[in-house]
Write a protein that binds this ligand. Structure first.
Ligand SMILES: *[C@@H]1O[C@H](CO)[C@@H](O)[C@H](O)[C@H]1NC(C)=O
Ligand SMILES: *[C@@H]1O[C@H](CO)[C@@H](O)[C@H](O)[C@H]1NC(C)=O
Ligand SMILES: *[C@@H]1O[C@H](CO)[C@@H](O)[C@H](O)[C@H]1NC(C)=O
Ligand SMILES: *[C@@H]1O[C@H](CO)[C@@H](O)[C@H](O)[C@H]1NC(C)=O
Ligand SMILES: *[C@@H]1O[C@H](CO)[C@@H](O)[C@H](O)[C@H]1NC(C)=O
Ligand SMILES: *[C@@H]1O[C@H](CO)[C@@H](O)[C@H](O)[C@H]1NC(C)=O
Ligand SMILES: *[C@@H]1O[C@H](CO)[C@@H](O)[C@H](O)[C@H]1NC(C)=O
Ligand SMILES: *[C@@H]1O[C@H](CO)[C@@H](O)[C@H](O)[C@H]1NC(C)=O
Ligand SMILES: *[C@@H]1O[C@H](CO)[C@@H](O)[C@H](O)[C@H]1NC(C)=O
Ligand SMILES: *[C@@H]1O[C@H](CO)[C@@H](O)[C@H](O)[C@H]1NC(C)=O
Ligand SMILES: *[C@@H]1O[C@H](CO)[C@@H](O)[C@H](O)[C@H]1NC(C)=O
Length: 522
């Protein structure tokens, strides 16, 4: 009963706290188009005991803690306050870009058409190989440097392009130019396919087990025109033309996919056999240093600074690529499609070659942002019902924490291992709470929370060894990583927990923090 009374008081506190966070907005320089309010407060915060609204609570935890501790500074964008630590939200598209740049239709039609061709994967079916083609058709306007500076400043928090070193300012302008493109709907795309040469295990478009196929050359017209957002995404049955059958080889065959009419529309796609092992890897804060949970740093690391690998993670992937025969790598990040090229450039210089997924343009609002990972995971699991998957990411993504363990139950026997970097264990700047309750009931031999890449060394992933016994698993099922080392849920990794996943419990713990922050006593 006491909790109920405490509740009432604290609901009011919460209201004040969240309101002050949500009202803060990013200052916008002249000429930058108004971005939509990114997040509206969820009505769920008034019903904290309703378990189906758990996400709302996670959001509020982050919002309120930030608000009270003020540790992130004053210009915290609303998407951070919402607990969705993803600052790549709501990029302008098509008509909005054209009007914000004041371009006439005739100027646009004079621009060359370009194609983003994202490396795909293919499966073996009764009709032969079935290959996924996906990407975007767009035009890139010529934007003056001063205009690009203005536009880039719209993405930076607490700094401006004029304050950055010249190389960083240049990168920020380049990235901004990639975002301010005009997507082209209703366009046909045609590709020509050819065997791709083999390459080394890392830092090249290779992938250790991949081979040059003995054939496969042909032309493919994508069957449907681009969507209103300029996207194309679908599987096409291709002719064998000398390719090995997917049920008689264990090798990954690599095909180059050239887009007709655009020399920048080249990609390498991967024909993976019916059985085998695929690594599905997130990128931010696991393969590169992003610090997505520290918005100012995250923005600079994404917009301005050169992409940097996270510790010796490249060695771990290079070893897997070299030592596990016929391993397929698939990079699955929810970063928006517009900046796919930057991610691909970094990955193919640093990690083994592989197929790629980013967030398509029709998944742009916050609820779609939270559902895209599962959509893309379902797609690849359903494409290879007999392959096994090793899933790699970090704890700072709430969708990963929910979707990775869900794959274990949704696709029995297909998840070989889940490796999650505990970002709060090595980075005290990570104040975003994360929810481990999805792992309740998942076989503890299937997953490991780890601290540094070396923790993954000497694990025989091909044999299904997912746990390094020297890495302490201090897992409770509930919210972790709250400030001051506060965790909720009381079950250890191998035990059950009656309170696990209870929104009320998390709420009470959070309120303790808020009350502390306000100098009140429970
Ligand atoms: C391999 O796949 C083809 C086409 O699906 C099928 O006709 C053939 O019987 C399969 N072979 C084996 C050994 O399963
Ligand atoms: C882009 O515009 C600048 C001046 O605004 C001009 O110097 C440059 O030649 C243009 N580039 C292209 C490719 O049209
Ligand atoms: C930005 O793009 C220009 C033109 O493509 C290129 O010359 C320059 O090196 C790029 N800058 C950075 C920092 O990548
Ligand atoms: C795309 O191809 C279809 C036929 O496959 C054709 O009817 C249509 O006109 C083409 N669209 C464009 C924009 O070329
Ligand atoms: C986005 O488009 C893809 C096809 O390109 C479709 O399968 C998917 O359902 C769409 N998703 C949303 C949220 O509109
Ligand atoms: C794409 O491939 C074509 C054909 O091999 C080549 O001429 C072109 O230079 C490639 N484009 C890039 C950007 O490497
Ligand atoms: C191949 O992939 C497609 C697309 O995901 C899927 O619908 C189909 O069931 C897969 N076929 C086989 C034989 O696994
Ligand atoms: C992550 O690390 C923090 C700090 O060391 C620790 O309190 C927490 O229990 C760890 N979480 C998991 C899931 O291992
Ligand atoms: C486990 O982690 C430790 C510390 O990072 C590392 O030295 C060791 O190689 C890892 N692998 C195994 C199988 O112990
Ligand atoms: C490299 O990967 C293989 C396969 O998982 C594993 O057996 C081996 O111990 C790894 N070596 C190192 C140094 O991590
Ligand atoms: C394990 O977690 C509990 C509760 O969060 C904490 O009190 C304890 O210090 C942790 N132990 C280690 C070794 O991290």
């Amino acid at each position: 009963m006491r909790l109920t009374a405490v509740h009432t008081v604290l609901l009011a506190v919460l209201h004040l706290a969240t309101a002050s966070v949500v009202d803060r907005s990013l200052p916008k320089p002249a000429g930058v188009i108004e971005r939509q309010p990114l997040v509206t407060p969820s009505p769920s915060k008034w019903w904290p005991t309703r378990t189906e609204k758990k996400r709302g609570i996670v959001s509020d935890v982050a919002g309120d803690v930030n608000s009270i501790l003020g540790s992130l500074g004053s210009n915290v964008p609303s998407y951070v306050a919402s607990g969705v630590p993803n600052f790549f939200q709501d990029f302008p598209t098509g008509a909005k870009v054209q009007s914000s740049l004041g371009l006439q239709d005739s100027q646009v039609s004079a621009l060359p058409t370009q194609v983003l061709n994202i490396p795909g994967y293919g499966n073996w079916t009764d009709q032969g190989w079935n290959l996924r083609f996906h990407g975007n058709v767009y035009k890139q306007p010529n934007i003056s440097e001063s205009k690009l500076n203005d536009l880039a400043n719209g993405f930076l928090v607490g700094t401006s392009i004029q304050d950055l070193p010249p190389s960083q300012a240049s990168q920020a302008r380049n990235l901004t130019a990639e975002i301010y493109v005009l997507q082209q709907s209703n366009e046909n795309v045609t590709f020509s396919l050819a065997p791709a040469p083999t390459a080394g295990a890392s830092g090249e478009q290779g992938g250790g087990g991949a081979v040059t196929p003995s054939g496969g050359s042909q032309q493919i017209k994508f069957p449907t025109p681009t969507t209103p957002e300029g996207d194309f995404d679908g599987f096409v049955q291709i002719n064998n033309n000398g390719l090995a059958a997917g049920n008689s080889t264990s090798e990954i065959q690599r095909l180059n996919v050239y887009t007709e009419g655009d020399i920048n529309g080249n990609a390498t796609s991967y024909l993976a056999p019916t059985t085998g092992l695929t690594i599905i890897s997130d990128i931010d804060d696991i393969l590169r240093v992003t610090k997505i949970y520290q918005p100012k740093e995250g923005l600079l690391n994404s917009f301005a600074r050169p992409f940097t690998p996270w510790m010796d993670m490249p060695d771990i992937y290079a070893n897997w690529s070299r030592s596990v025969p016929n391993l397929h790598f698939h990079y699955l990040t929810t970063t928006p499609e517009q900046i796919t090229r930057n991610y691909m450039d970094f990955i193919y210089k640093t990690y083994p070659g592989g197929s790629f997924d980013t967030r398509p343009l029709n998944f742009s609002d916050v609820s779609a942002t939270l559902s895209i990972r599962k959509f893309l995971l379902d797609k690849i699991f359903q494409t290879y019902p007999k392959r096994k998957f090793v899933l790699v990411a970090d704890t700072s993504n709430s969708d990963v924490m929910r979707d990775y363990p869900a794959m274990v139950t949704d696709y029995p026997g297909q998840v070989q291992c889940i490796f999650l970097r505990n970002t709060s264990s090595t980075d005290s700047g990570d104040q975003f709470p994360y929810d481990t309750s999805g792992f309740k009931g998942v076989d503890s031999n299937l997953y490991m929370f780890f601290n540094v890449p070396d923790d993954l060394m000497n694990l025989d992933i091909a044999a299904g060894h997912c746990v390094n016994n020297t890495i302490k698993q201090n897992l409770t099922y509930g919210y972790q990583g709250l400030p001051f080392g506060l965790n909720t849920g009381n079950g250890k990794k191998n035990a059950g927990s009656q309170l696990a996943g209870s929104g009320l419990w998390a709420f009470a713990a959070t309120l303790g923090v808020i009350m502390w922050g306000l100098g009140l006593a429970l």
